[in-house]
Design a protein around this ligand. Structure first.
Ligand SMILES: C[S@@+](CC[C@H](N)C(=O)[O-])C[C@H]1O[C@@H](n2cnc3c(N)ncnc32)[C@H](O)[C@@H]1O
Length: 312
């Protein structure tokens, strides 16, 4: 008689626990605890900041580097009654999107853009000038994306310094529809989102390793599409908010094995933000990229990111 697979006897929550305990071993309990705490958000201001506003730079960074890379991020809440526009975003997300180094002269694609926090970071990095396509497959989430972009960028869009278009394509179609088009592509892929799952035990019951593997196939498809849509010399930032190795380095490993002729990992030591990464202990190097996890990163994250460039 065939041997029964042990995992099949476990509930979704038990399978989840087993998989992540094996992956993170003694770190898992602390990681879980920190992920269950309220998200640590940082407030990001996207328009020009008046000097009259009291403004605290992120305290967990050396001041000089906080000023250099994150002068538009603050830890304080806007004063009651003032009408400044803040967008609430985890600092780890700002850092990951900023790592793409989108600039005015680039044609930029944000392939999985809703609700839009990272699109705002990209627009800011482009100095609110140039061309960006923000894409989102889900109609409901696309409506939210449009609202976030309108509220976050309003006047700047009216001034038409920034040519921003919202599209509703399946990300896997970009490679065929727009071959060799974009200089910078952000693929912030749909993922397991364990921080969200941990807070909702009923959803945790639906977890299985197979689901994570299925998601990794979608993520791989998006990455391949991104590669086809990339101009020679362009860069892709692949990111997820997953804790699962399968969806992070696992996707990149498969991508490099199959497409390594056309793409490679960016030489990180040449990246200007390495100065910052080397100066803090909460951004962890993984096989192909970086991870920011809440137990070591003052409650921020989780986020995984990896920078890929085309081989010209
Ligand atoms: C992790 S979220 C993106 C978060 C966003 N980048 C931000 O910073 O606000 C992933 C998004 O991808 C969308 N999505 C899922 N499958 C997609 C596909 N095949 N093509 C495009 N978008 C997709 C989801 O609806 C979801 O809104």
């Amino acid at each position: 008689m065939a041997k029964r697979n042990d995992m099949s006897k476990l509930s979704g929550a038990e399978q989840f626990e087993k998989y992540y305990l094996e992956l993170y071993s003694s770190r898992w309990e602390e990681l879980k605890k920190s992920a269950l705490k309220a998200d640590r958000k940082i407030y990001r201001y996207v328009k020009d900041l008046p000097s009259s506003v009291d403004f605290d730079l992120p305290k967990f960074l050396p001041e000089i580097l906080a000023k250099k890379f994150f002068a538009d991020c603050t830890e304080i809440r806007p004063q009651e009654g003032n009408d400044l526009d803040f967008y609430y975003l985890d600092f780890a997300s700002v850092l990951a999107a900023r790592f793409l180094e989108a600039r005015t002269e680039h044609l930029v694609l944000d392939m999985c853009a809703a609700p839009g926090g990272k699109s705002l970071v990209l627009a800011s990095d482009m100095n609110f000038k140039g061309e960006i396509i923000c894409n989102e497959l889900s109609r409901g989430r696309r409506d939210r994306l449009k609202r976030v972009l309108r509220e976050g960028l309003g006047d700047l869009l009216n001034e038409q310094r920034l040519d921003l278009k919202v599209k509703g394509l399946d990300g896997v179609k970009f490679g065929i529809k727009y071959p060799k088009t974009f200089d910078r592509i952000l693929i912030d892929a749909p993922c397991s989102g364990e921080r969200h799952l941990l807070k909702r035990p009923s959803e945790l019951e639906n977890w299985s390793k197979k689901r994570s593997q299925k998601l990794s196939q979608r993520q791989y498809g998006l990455l391949c599409s991104g590669l086809l849509a990339l101009r020679p010399g362009g860069r892709i930032l692949y990111s997820t908010c997953s804790l699962s190795e399968i969806e992070n380095d696992g996707v990149v490993r498969k991508f490099l094995a199959k497409k390594g002729e056309f793409a490679r990992i960016f030489d990180y030591e040449k990246h200007q933000m390495m100065e910052l990464i080397h100066s803090v202990d909460f951004i962890e190097r993984t096989e192909f990229g970086f991870q920011i996890l809440p137990d070591k990163a003052h409650g921020m994250g989780p986020i995984y990111f990896c920078l890929i460039e085309s081989v010209v």
